[in-house]
Design a protein around this ligand. Sequence first.
Ligand SMILES: C[S@@+](CC[C@H](N)C(=O)[O-])C[C@H]1O[C@@H](n2cnc3c(N)ncnc32)[C@H](O)[C@@H]1O
Length: 245
Amino acid sequence: MNDTCRLYTDLAWLWPLWGDASAEYAHYCRHVTSLIRQYAKLPVKSLLDIGCGGGKNVLNLKKEFNVTGLDLSPTMLAQAKELNPDCTFAQGDMRTFRLGWGFDAVLMDDAISYMNSRVDFAAAFRTAYAHLKPGGVLIATPDVTIETFRQNRTTTTPAARDNLEVVFIENVYDPDPTDDQYETTVLFLIRDHGRLRIETDHWSMGIFSLDTWRQVLCETGFEVHESRYDSGDEAYTVFACVKVE
Ligand SMILES: C[S@@+](CC[C@H](N)C(=O)[O-])C[C@H]1O[C@@H](n2cnc3c(N)ncnc32)[C@H](O)[C@@H]1O
């Protein structure tokens, strides 16, 4: 099945309903901020959020840093700008873009999951490295790794606003555990004033072992540290990677 990527194009208007920017994202961003403060070898003022999506992490991180957001999708960037009119945004592909200047810190959160080959995965980290000043820190969080993946896991997230009720039903499935990809399929049950409309979306995403993460980050040139982040529902490995001088 081909990727449809509708959540970041024609269905992007649903993104603000999926996850509470000021609760679950705030908790994660406090962890990110404390790691940056712990490992940076320079005073951290500027941060680049690669794959910033609708800007929920930006909303929280801008309390601590001057944040620039980068994303592939112009529709998501428009949302991020609306939520964060005081921040700077740029459109680009994390595998190839070069802004031409460095930041004190870089965040690569869930968007790294869209790197579904080892070549693209390594290219995205080279991009992060190229955008850090010496002594700066990359924070990278795998959404899933081979160690944490649960075959055929389905999660259901209800959300509502005004006369709109939406249920996000997300299923992950790995048809071939010997390669670097798995599938995410989403069903959207959208009820506008009670009237049901059903939409679907599908992606092929990347999955790597923690050892592959460590190896690729080291090969990129980073000094790699690991921490655990507990969201309440799940625990994640978070990498703090220093660009050594
Ligand atoms: C789940 S959203 C990120 C949400 C974000 N963490 C937030 O705080 O709102 C994933 C984003 O990754 C972006 N993305 C996917 N592939 C990309 C690429 N090659 N380069 C840059 N962004 C990409 C998508 O456009 C999408 O906006």
